[in-house]
Design a protein around this ligand. Structure first.
Ligand SMILES: [Zn+2]
Length: 347
């Protein structure tokens, strides 16, 4: 095999070119667009996210270079080289295995395991530790030992996304897991016929996420997607086109904002404040039973009066559950489709 056929093939150059274009789109053009259209208000936060995405998309090369350089436009030619070399190396590995029969068995086995897990993702919980969970440090700077995966699915609840579950972004302290399960069980009675979605927790060993969350580091933070209604019927908010529920945007009154392209198909849909309040009541009850306390709930501040105006919201207020008062524009905007709940272990 000569140099030319190994390195210089038109298809390899083309794929590397497309990947580089996608890199520029995601890390340079999209952040510019989001800031210019005021879709996301906090420029600094978007800069940080773009930087983290640049590093992730060009790993392991990005580990060898300074953050400043990875964020700069001078890095783009290196991105092309990086993808090009990666394609050459992956192709050689593929050719090496292709000549061996066992390759097909391994490949078939991986597909089979994937299908079984897709049918019953709860099976992954069997891999969790049986030791008592330990949450170390704070949710903004901490880690998790012997965490547990939340259940993917139960009678009236589901985790929002399979790939996130597979990646293990769904770990919590064991007592938080039990509290969530118990809360959903209470909701089978208090909110019949309604499905609830859990969002992300922590990673298996906690620590910082690359994207999405600045906190969620020690198994005591969970996102819980809000419930909606459309023509007085429960509306399922989770789908590919709205980032599995995290992409829905509501206005200051809790109506889904149709002017955003991502919401366009959710006509006449609004937050179901009574159900959301009932869920928090159930969660509070379940926490007390399990030696856990709700430390704080984060929800877009404009939505709180609507939540507290419902019959169950009034009960919620009587219990003095703490809600975040002031949030940065970015955090405020982000919490219009889910509650972020921080827990603490009391016993
Ligand atoms: Zn969160």
């Amino acid at each position: 095999m000569n140099f030319k056929s190994l390195f210089i093939q038109r298809s390899q150059l083309l794929i590397a070119g497309i990947l580089t274009f996608l890199f520029v789109l995601l890390t340079k053009l999209l952040p510019l667009y989001l800031t210019s259209q005021h879709i996301i208000y906090d420029e600094e936060a978007i800069g940080i996210k773009a930087g983290k995405m640049s590093a992730l998309l060009t790993w392991p090369l990005s580990d060898l270079l300074s953050v400043h350089f990875v964020n700069s436009y001078y890095f783009i030619p290196f991105v092309f080289l990086h993808y090009w070399l990666l394609i050459v190396v992956l192709k050689q590995i593929h050719l090496f295995f292709k000549q061996r029969k066992i390759y097909r068995w391994i490949f078939g086995g991986i597909i089979l395991v994937f299908i079984i897990l897709r049918i019953n993702p709860n099976l992954l919980c069997a891999l969790d530790s049986n030791e008592p969970s330990r949450s170390i440090g704070t949710s903004g700077n901490g880690s998790l030992q012997h965490g547990r995966r939340m259940l993917f699915r139960g009678n009236n609840f589901q985790y929002f996304n399979f790939l996130s579950y597979l990646k293990g972004n769904c770990f919590v302290h064991e007592k938080v897991k039990q509290s969530l399960i118990d809360a959903y069980m209470i909701c089978e009675t208090t909110c019949p016929g309604i499905t609830f979605y859990t969002g992300e927790g922590s990673m298996r060993r906690g620590g910082p996420y690359i994207f999405n969350h600045r906190t969620h580091q020690n198994g005591l933070s969970v996102d819980l997607l809000l419930n909606y209604k459309k023509n007085n019927e429960p509306y399922d908010p989770v789908g590919l086109l709205n980032a599995y529920g995290y992409g829905l945007d509501t206005d200051e009154k809790g109506k889904v904002n149709k002017s955003k392209p991502i919401n366009r198909y959710a006509d006449d849909t609004q937050l179901d404040f009574e159900t959301n309040a009932r869920f928090l009541l159930a969660l509070d009850d379940a926490c007390r039973k399990n030696g856990v306390r709700i430390r704080i709930v984060i929800l877009k501040t404009a939505l709180k009066p609507f939540l507290f105006a419902t019959p169950s919201g009034k009960k919620l207020q009587d219990r003095h559950i703490r809600f975040a008062h002031t949030l940065t524009p970015m955090l405020n905007q982000a919490h219009d489709d889910h509650f972020h709940v921080d827990f603490e272990i009391v016993q």
